[in-house]
Design a protein around this ligand. Structure first.
Ligand code: ZN
Length: 174
């Protein structure tokens, strides 16, 4: 790094610390020629990724929006914050790995559904029915069938009860 004071090319890093959740590294440097101290910031460069909707409109991919829609689907469901954050991370990793500049909405939607299916059956169906990204209605029906044949332990969380209505308590055995 060129010293802003004397233009010297050599410096040593005297302190490094991460900020903004580790996405930015701040380095304190000292010029080896004039001992002037200055600070540099190092940040990961993200290429802009656009989500392409079915009608061709493009929108900048936003992790915040992704997390928001995951949260919306999981509202009042027993899904933890870290669980959601991990799911979002996996989706972002996969998408940025596979797509350079543009990703079709469908590709994002499919990954969201896959993660939700793993997290919570109700959240999954909720998202799927709102998102309507199933290629065919038949696929959706097939999925409902699949979920309906899950073992009872999984099925319990599939009960599509409206928010706020509790399942009746199981009668105690005498
Ligand atoms: Zn200098």
């Amino acid at each position: 790094m060129r010293c802003p004071k004397c233009g010297g090319q050599d410096d040593k890093v005297i302190d490094s610390r991460a900020s903004k959740e580790g996405s930015v590294i701040r380095r304190r440097r000292e010029c080896l020629t004039c001992a002037h101290r200055f600070t540099t910031y190092e940040e990961i460069e993200h290429e802009e990724l656009f989500v392409v909707k079915r009608d061709g409109r493009r929108e900048l991919f936003s992790k915040e929006k992704l997390v928001a829609s995951l949260k919306r689907a999981c509202q009042k469901r027993p899904v933890s914050e870290p669980g959601l954050a991990d799911a979002a991370e996996r989706i972002v990793d996969e998408i940025t790995d596979k797509f350079d500049r543009e990703v079709p909405t469908k590709e994002v939607g499919e990954r969201v559904m896959r993660e939700l299916r793993r997290l919570d059956g109700v959240a999954y169906v909720r998202f799927a029915s709102i998102y309507r990204e199933f290629q065919e209605v038949g696929e959706f029906v097939e999925e409902i069938h699949r979920l309906a044949t899950l073992p009872p332990s999984d099925k319990r969380q599939m009960a599509l009860l409206p928010d706020g209505i509790e399942e009746p308590p199981t009668p105690e055995k005498a």
